[in-house]
Design a protein around this ligand. Structure first.
Ligand SMILES: [Zn+2]
Length: 200
């Protein structure tokens, strides 16, 4: 029972973090001044030419570029995710906040953890698109979690095959099942994949 409570507690916290990542501005210091980065959702809306109310200048994607369509797709995926998993709400942020603050039961741990993983996957795709993530390197190995080696990704009007496993300075992730490994888990991942990490 206690273990179940911890699990739902962790799952709810992870979901809360993911929702916050989409909706809350991120403070940072630059040359001694406190500034804030726009919430991810604002940046994505802004990138496709919506209203902007953030405090950091940002690129706007060309409406003819493949990235423009990808950004629209991501916003639509986020909207569908919010609508499918909440009963009501005036808009997407409203629904996401309701999802994060809902009184979940102990039996909901797997469900809530799944919601957090899906939101994290959308978040990573958005950050990749907006070039907010550190550069990633695709790995020539199948994912140890789902055993899938390749995923299809849309580039404009066509689909291309890319390796599912990628690694960056913040960790590794699978584009198929959204499994992720922190920086500290990379040596373990390397051994699991059958290659000894260098210098560890
Ligand atoms: Zn996987």
């Amino acid at each position: 029972m206690a273990e179940q409570e911890i699990t739902i507690g962790l799952a709810v916290r992870r979901l809360g973090d993911e929702v916050s990542g989409w909706l809350d501005p991120v403070p940072f210091t630059f040359e001694g001044r406190m500034l804030c980065e726009d919430p991810l959702m604002v940046m994505l809306v802004d990138a496709v030419g919506g209203t902007r109310n953030g405090c950091k200048g940002f690129l706007r994607l060309d409406s003819r570029s493949p990235a423009f369509l990808d950004a629209l797709d991501l916003l639509e995926s986020l909207r569908l995710f919010a609508v499918e998993n909440t009963d009501s709400g005036k808009d997407v942020p409203d629904r996401l906040r309701a999802m994060a603050s809902r009184q979940w039961g102990c039996d909901d741990a797997v469900l809530v953890a799944g919601l957090a993983v899906r939101l994290a996957g959308l978040s990573k795709a958005a950050r990749d698109l907006l070039e907010l993530n550190p550069p990633t390197v695709h790995l020539e190995y199948d994912c140890p979690r789902c055993s899938v080696g390749w995923v299809r990704r849309r580039r404009g009007d066509e689909f291309v095959r890319v390796r599912s496993l990628s690694v960056s300075e913040s960790g590794a992730s699978c584009a198929n099942c959204s499994a992720s490994w922190s920086f500290g888990e990379l040596p373990w991942l390397a051994r699991t994949l059958g290659c000894e990490p260098v210098g560890v």
